[in-house]
Write a protein that binds this ligand. Sequence first.
Ligand SMILES: O=C(O)CC1=CCC(=O)O1
Length: 262
Amino acid sequence: MPAVRLADGDLNYLLEGPAGAPVLVLSNSLGTDLHMWDVQMPALTRHFQVLRYDTRGHGQSLVTEGPYSIEQLGRDVLALLDALDIAKAHFCGLSMGGLIGQWLALNAPERIARLVLCNTAAKIGAPEVWNPRIETVLAGGAQAMRDLRDASISRWFTAGFAAAQPQQVEPIVGMLAQTSPEGYAANCAAVRDADFREQLADIQSPTLIVCGSLDPVTTVEHGRFMQQRIEGAKLVEFHAAHLSNVEAGVAFTQALLDFLNQ
Ligand SMILES: O=C(O)CC1=CCC(=O)O1
């Protein structure tokens, strides 16, 4: 797979779709990789050059010493755009990817055309959630990553979807088992430390907020909080848990296309 050389390692990416089409960047959630977007790709690449990448600490990308920060992960995206000579792009991020999207829209607004914030919040969870998880994976390594499986499935998918669609669920949870414990812990710290609640009103990019009505992590209320503060933001809600792009696949992709093609 292609990679861009950063100062401290290689960032893995895929760029697919017709040359000359507008660029859409897709940013993964914690414990997944760029293949979390596979279900969206056939439809999106009819309209866009889709640039998806493995966030630092995930997939085939560099794993450097943690803790990371959302600013660091946002600067990785800017380095990726610079390396590929992309001046401006649409950005769609889910959960941690949505935190990266908020940082980019606030700190590099000239690079972001339209912004899609999926299953995310201005602040996700509390240190009491993140610190024990960080300690557990750093102490337990690969086995601890495998042990996250059941709890992760129950946050990421509704019970009905997980039971009915194992062929969709298994590849995603497989990404978690493949994630470096050090990378995962470093990204948990980035999520723990991010808080955009006081800055949301400064976001100027046209914004779509996507929520899962059964998301136990980043709730519809978190989505409405963002919508109330980002001028003109639209909100759509799907019957889904945290990974709404997988669980509500077709409807999610259509909402994304409707918004980006406006
Ligand atoms: O804890 C989870 O697995 C859900 C989550 C929080 C941030 C993120 O990207 O995913």
